[in-house]
Design a protein around this ligand. Structure first.
Ligand SMILES: Nc1ncnc2c1ncn2[C@@H]1O[C@H](COP(=O)(O)OP(=O)(O)OP(=O)(O)O)[C@@H](O)[C@H]1O
Ligand SMILES: [Mg+2]
Length: 228
C-alpha cells in the first residue's frame, strides 16, 4: 500500500436530523506516516477511524487505496484487504480474557487464515512461531502464557499491539491506545508505536491527549466534520 486518499467523505448517523458527523472531509495519508487525529469528544474521530479501517463502508464520498476506488472492490477483496493490511488497537485492549497472551496473538493469524487461499495459509507451527517472535519483540517473553487478567494495563496493550502487527499489516489504526494508561506506561506504548513506524508501518492514532499527539510526526484535528 502506497497511499490512502479520502475525498469529500460525509457521514450521517441520524437521517432524521441529517446532522453530519463528517462533512466533506478530505485526507491523504502516505505510506509510512505517523498521524495523530485529535478533536473533542463526539467530533467523529472513531467514526473516521472505522471508515479508514474499512469497518464502515456506509458513507458518502470517495475512498482510494493506491488510486483504486474501494467501491470497485468486491466484499471478498475488501475483507481480504482489511484482514491483511489493517491492524486495530483499542483503548480497552479488547483481548479475549479466556485466552493466554500467545493465544490472543495466534488468534489473529488463525482468523487471517480463514480469508486466505489454501496455499497461503499458515500452519499451526508457523502461527505459534510468529506469535512468539512478535511477543518477544514487544518485551513480553516472560508473559506469553499469562491471561489478560494477570497482566498490567501496559502489558495488555503490548499484547494487543502484538496481535495487530503479527500479520504485518501496512497500517495500524489505534483509537485512544493510551487512554487507559498512566503517563509512564503511555510513553512506553508510544515508543513502541514510534519504533514500528521507524520500520515503515503507517500509524494513525486517535487521541485527545496533546502530549501523545505531539509525538506523532503529523497532526490533524477534527472540527465540525472536517480536518484542520
Ligand atoms: N452508531 C452510531 N449511531 C448513532 N450515532 C453515532 C453512532 N456512532 C457515533 N455516533 C455519533 O457520532 C458522533 C461522533 O462519534 P464518535 O464516536 O466518532 O466521536 P469521537 O470523536 O470518537 O468521541 P470520543 O472522543 O468520545 O471517543 C457523536 O455525536 C456520536 O453520538
Ligand atoms: Mg471515539
Amino acid at each position: 500500500m502506497e497511499k490512502i486518499l479520502l475525498k469529500n467523505i460525509s457521514k450521517t448517523f441520524d437521517l432524521a436530523t441529517e446532522q453530519k458527523v463528517l462533512d466533506n472531509l478530505n485526507l491523504e495519508i502516505a505510506s509510512g506516516e505517523m498521524l495523530a487525529i485529535t478533536g473533542v469528544s463526539g467530533s467523529g474521530k472513531s467514526t473516521l477511524l472505522y471508515i479508514l479501517g474499512l469497518l464502515d463502508h456506509d458513507f458518502e464520498g470517495e475512498y482510494y487505496i493506491d488510486d483504486k476506488s474501494i467501491q470497485s472492490l468486491s466484499d471478498k477483496e475488501l475483507s481480504l484487504y482489511r484482514s491483511k493490511s489493517v491492524g486495530f488497537v483499542y483503548q480497552d485492549f479488547n483481548l479475549i480474557k479466556e485466552l493466554s497472551a500467545i493465544d490472543n496473538v495466534a488468534m489473529s493469524l488463525k482468523i487471517n487464515n480463514l480469508v486466505l487461499d489454501r496455499r497461503s495459509r499458515l500452519s499451526r507451527k508457523e502461527i505459534y512461531e510468529k506469535s512468539t517472535e512478535t511477543l518477544e519483540k514487544l518485551g513480553l517473553k516472560d508473559h506469553m502464557k499469562k491471561h489478560p487478567g494477570q497482566l498490567s494495563g501496559g502489558q495488555q496493550q503490548r499484547v494487543a499491539i502484538a496481535r495487530s502487527i503479527v500479520k504485518k499489516p501496512d497500517m495500524i489504526l489505534a483509537d485512544e491506545p493510551t487512554g487507559a494508561l498512566d503517563r509512564k506506561t503511555s510513553a512506553d506504548i508510544m515508543n513502541c508505536l514510534l519504533g514500528l513506524n521507524d520500520e515503515g508501518m503507517t500509524i494513525i492514532i486517535v487521541t485527545h491527549d496533546n502530549e501523545i499527539a505531539g509525538k506523532c510526526r503529523r497532526k490533524v484535528k477534527l472540527v465540525d466534520g472536517v480536518l484542520v
